[in-house]
Design a protein around this ligand. Structure first.
Ligand SMILES: Cc1cc2nc3c(=O)[nH]c(=O)nc-3n(C[C@H](O)[C@H](O)[C@H](O)COP(=O)(O)OP(=O)(O)OC[C@H]3O[C@@H](n4cnc5c(N)ncnc54)[C@H](O)[C@@H]3O)c2cc1C
Length: 380
């Protein structure tokens, strides 16, 4: 066994850590204030090879595997969960199906520019009446005269309003059920019948989400991804890998909240001593450190299994569940350590506290992860 990152992975971590502190951090306050993602980050990260890190160099990506992607997501999330959410869609759910099942033409048209940060991706699965139960979605795609006509609504779509294309799930034949009746399409902004409207949330404000509407939206037949009717298995596959990077996002946030609380605890004095030295606070910090450590190893192991092409469903769900809940615990206790200062509008501790809630809900809630784990461990 080897618990060390490779030299290449360490170099990636150090390089993206330095990039994040110099280039990402200064953009965060404004983005949080205005709930606006600075889209210039895409070409900046693309030029440095920090997007879509797990994809093959054949398409211009760095080919650093899932573990490389996780390292990068953690470093961006350390400064902004919203930025990490926006940029990880690019190398995750927003392009995974194109990467695995797309035609060469689709790869050149959408994937290559996404890797370079020249096109922004999003992924439209969730609908107003279909969240955890994604198979119950109502959007349809009917083929007529060489085109598909999409009708339906998607909600909470990360990058939805700023993306150049959205990988969208729709039923091509509902009577066949999700496993053979759902398909995936690439819908470009500006296609007739496709409209988007921005939504506002109380957390991770520096990332954007939107509602998407398709009204007889005309999509060329060549924008179907893979085989018609195979969309649902492609979705499940995309979400599975996404869970591991998603866990890294929570890890980056937990680490930031912990670092801030540790520094504050070692600095602030009450009763003639630093507040961190009171056992009540020292134990909180010790638990945070343990949560972060366990989350990291669960993520690295799940990513390692993924990169080896070995089964990873259980490990990915466990890593996502543990890391996101660890972030909730850590940010809550970190806020407590900061006392009244933590509650102030400009305190970073309150932002961490709000942002942690994203992790237990998006890309499969905690309850859905528990369902997956229960199934995987053999609960009948
Ligand atoms: C900020 C943000 C970004 C998002 N980005 C995207 C995106 O890019 N693309 C996309 O397609 N979707 C996206 N989503 C949607 C997200 O994946 C869903 O919100 C999530 O899957 C939960 O669905 P829901 O909100 O409809 O909750 P529901 O499914 O209605 O669940 C509500 C509650 O019931 C629980 N529950 C549901 N079913 C069960 C069950 N069987 N057993 C036990 N408990 C259950 C859930 O755990 C939850 O606590 C995003 C959401 C948010 C908030």
């Amino acid at each position: 066994m080897d618990f060390d990152l490779s030299e290449e992975q360490k170099m990636l971590r150090d390089a993206i850590r330095s990039f994040a502190s110099k280039e990402v951090a200064p953009l965060v306050d404004e983005a949080e204030k205005t709930s606006t993602f600075p889209v210039k980050l895409f070409p900046m990260m693309g030029d440095l090879g920090y997007l879509c890190l797990s994809y093959s160099p054949e398409y211009g990506a760095a080919g650093m595997g899932k573990l490389g992607e996780c390292i990068a997501v953690e470093e961006v999330a350390y400064y902004s969960v919203g930025f990490a959410a926006a940029t990880m869609v690019q190398g995750g759910i927003g392009t995974a199906a194109i990467y695995k099942h797309g035609t060469e033409e689709q790869k050149q048209k959408y994937l290559v520019p996404a890797i370079k940060g020249r096109k922004i991706a999003s992924f439209g699965l969730t609908e107003p009446n279909a969240g955890s139960d994604a198979a119950s979605l109502q959007t349809t795609a009917i083929k007529k005269d060489g085109k598909y006509y999409l009708n339906g609504t998607k909600i909470f779509i990360t990058n939805g309003n700023i993306s150049d294309f959205t990988v969208t799930a729709a039923y091509t034949d509902k009577s066949k059920g999700p496993r053979s009746g759902m398909s995936l399409f690439i819908v470009e902004k500006g296609m007739p019948g496709f409209t988007r409207s921005k939504l506002y949330k109380f957390c991770a404000k520096s990332g954007e989400i939107a509602e998407l509407s398709f009204e007889d939206c005309q999509v060329p037949a060549e924008n179907l991804i893979g085989e018609e009717g195979k969309g649902f298995p492609y979705v499940i596959e995309s979400l599975m890998g996404g869970r591991i990077s998603h866990a890294s996002r929570s890890l980056g946030l937990a680490r930031a909240a912990y670092d801030n609380a540790l520094a504050y605890g070692n600095d602030r004095k009450q009763f003639g001593q630093t507040i961190g030295s009171f056992q009540a606070n020292a134990f909180k910090l010790a638990r945070m450190a343990m949560d972060i450590e366990t989350a990291r190893w669960m993520i690295y192991r799940a990513a390692w299994l993924y990169d080896q092409g070995r089964p990873h469903i259980r490990e990915a769900a466990m890593a996502k569940l543990h890391a996101s809940e660890a972030a909730v615990r850590t940010t809550m206790e970190a806020l407590q350590i900061c006392g009244g200062y933590g509650l102030m509008e400009d305190s970073i501790a309150q932002r961490y506290f709000r942002d942690a809630r994203l992790g237990t809900i998006t890309e499969g809630t905690s309850e859905i992860q528990l369902r997956v784990i229960a199934r995987e461990i053999g609960v009948k």
